[in-house]
Every structure is written in structure tokens, then in C-alpha cells.
Write a protein that binds this ligand. Structure first.
Ligand SMILES: Nc1ncnc2c1ncn2[C@@H]1O[C@H](COP(=O)(O)OP(=O)(O)OP(=O)(O)O)[C@@H](O)[C@H]1O
Length: 271
């Protein structure tokens, strides 16, 4: 560590203000940019050191560089320090944090708020889907909020498992139990697999639990593989109908893409 880093300055450019969190890649810091194009701005800097997961972060970097959308987290720049085996990635700061923490701290969302978040994320996904990409890891931890005036804008992040449609004949099962579409366990993935995961996110926002929740982890995984979800009682009929479509075991019975979901939401006055 050089002397500038001792003063909490990374690469002579980013002043660390706080630690936002730790993930499998390394740490994410809230930083103030001290020079260059973004001078004076607060941003999120990911410092990735774990060699095993670097390829996933590279995939995210390569994908995000191509994307510019109000509901997809934006990547400002990156730097690879080959000698140290470290990748530094600068993102826009999502000051509300992720949706998982948001629901855990604020409690379940009202239907109106949950539908608002759903629409924001669906718009980000629509952009991806229309370009032939599948996100592959839609879950509350990968959805981030940012305060804009008095409102919160929600964006899709974490593109480490992104895929181009049809690029792999057999796929590995990655993701988080509770949010994986059942066909993914059979080595199949479609854009509608993201719709299934987003349905699980909607269930989580409204009830505080994913639709496969149970004490026993093995049993939960089994239920997820079988697509045996339990939709909690107490939700309105229109939400239950929406969840039944999104969480359908058969991928062809779901919305095929996020565009179809948005069209349905508009038609049914859910958006
Ligand atoms: N742009 C951002 N703005 C604000 N907070 C962020 C941002 N990116 C990540 N974080 C926070 O930093 C922490 C670590 O995030 P990170 O994305 O590195 O985890 P991860 O390694 O991807 O997670 P996982 O281990 O599930 O893959 C999380 O708490 C997350 O909410």
C-alpha cells in the first residue's frame, strides 16, 4: 500500500467515504472523485481481487459498457491493474442501496410501490431483451435504488451472469435458490426465465419472502427446481393473476419478454 492509499485515497483519484458492502468480488466503496471528468462527484467503486470471480466481473464490464439506459446501472469507467490482479470498476452511486436491504429495513411494499419497482426493472430488462440478452440473475440483491428529487428510481445491476440468447446449448446452473426459473435447472434458459425471476422478486416485495421460502435449504432448492411455488394469501386478485403468469412452470405460459410484461401491465392498468 502506498502513502496515498493510507490516506484513504485509491489510485490517487478516489477518496473513500465509506464501505458500501462486501461481495464475492471484493469491496464496494462510496467514493468522491478527486480529479478527471467526474471530479467532485460521489460514485461507487468496486475493487475486485478474487481471481476466481474476475471473469464474471469482466463480463459485466463488457456488457455494461454497451448499455445506456435509465433503468440499468451505469458503469463510468474501469481499470485493470495486472501486476496486482485487481480490477477497479466505477459505477453511478445507488444511494438507496439494494432492494433486499430496502425491504428488510422498510418492511413489505404496498402493491402500488411494488408495481412501480416492477415497472422500472421491467423497463431495464426490456432494453436487454430487445437486444437479445438474458440477465440470468434477477433477484432483490441485484436491483438498486437511487434518489432522484423526492422519488426513488430502481435499476437493474450485476451483469456477471448475462448471456446472449442461444449462445450456449447447455448452461450451468448459477443464481440464487428462490429466484431461479425451473427450466434453468434442466440446462435451458430463455428471456422468460428472467420473467420468472422477476415474478419471485415481486412476491418478495409484497410479502418479504420468495415464493419457495422454507426452513430447510434442501427442501427449498427442491421446490425451486420443481417450480412448486406458494403464492401468499392476502394479495389482490389482479396481483395473484400477474404472479401466476410470471411464475408459471411452463416458460411458454409466461410473458415471453419484458416488453410483453409491460404491455400487460399497461392493458390491465397496473402501470
Ligand atoms: N453502484 C452501487 N451503489 C451503491 N451500492 C452498491 C453499488 N454496487 C454495489 N453496492 C453494494 O455493495 C455491496 C456489494 O455488492 P457487490 O455487487 O459487490 O456484491 P456481489 O459480490 O455482486 O454480490 P454477490 O456476492 O451476490 O454476487 C452490496 O451491499 C451492494 O448493495
Amino acid at each position: 500500500m502506498d502513502s496515498t492509499e493510507e490516506k484513504n485515497i485509491i489510485l490517487g483519484t478516489y477518496q473513500i467515504l465509506s464501505l458500501l458492502g462486501r461481495g464475492t468480488f471484493g469491496e464496494v466503496y462510496k467514493v468522491r472523485v478527486l480529479r478527471g471528468r467526474y471530479r467532485g462527484k460521489m460514485m461507487a467503486l468496486k475493487v475486485a481481487r478474487n481471481a476466481e470471480v474476475l471473469p464474471y466481473l469482466w463480463r459485466e464490464v463488457q456488457t455494461l459498457l454497451l448499455f445506456n439506459h435509465p433503468h440499468i446501472i451505469s458503469l463510468q469507467s474501469y481499470l485493470y491493474k495486472k501486476d496486482r490482479g485487481e480490477l477497479y470498476v466505477l459505477y453511478e452511486l445507488m444511494d438507496v442501496g439494494d432492494l433486499k436491504d430496502y425491504v428488510v429495513s422498510n418492511g413489505k411494499l404496498s402493491e402500488e410501490n411494488a408495481l412501480k419497482v416492477l415497472l422500472h426493472v421491467a423497463k431495464g430488462l426490456e432494453f436487454l431483451h430487445s437486444r437479445g440478452y438474458i440477465h440470468g440473475d434477477v433477484k432483490p440483491e441485484n436491483i438498486f435504488g437511487k434518489r432522484v428529487l423526492r422519488d426513488v428510481v430502481w435499476k437493474l445491476g450485476d451483469f456477471g451472469l448475462v448471456r446472449i440468447r442461444g449462445s450456449e446449448s447447455i448452461i450451468d446452473v448459477k443464481g440464487t435458490a428462490g429466484y431461479i426459473a425451473p427450466e434453468v435447472f434442466r440446462g435451458e434458459i430463455h428471456r422468460s426465465s428472467d420473467i420468472f425471476s422477476l415474478g419471485c422478486v415481486l412476491h418478495f416485495m409484497l410479502t418479504g419472502r420468495d415464493p419457495f421460502e422454507c426452513e430447510d435449504r434442501k427442501e427449498k432448492l427442491k421446490r425451486n427446481k420443481e417450480g412448486a411455488c406458494t403464492i401468499e394469501d392476502g394479495l389482490s386478485e389482479r396481483i395473484k393473476t400477474l404472479l401466476h403468469i410470471m411464475l408459471s412452470k411452463d416458460p411458454t405460459k409466461r410473458f415471453r419478454t419484458a416488453k410483453e410484461l409491460i404491455e400487460y401491465m399497461i392493458r390491465e392498468r397496473l402501470a
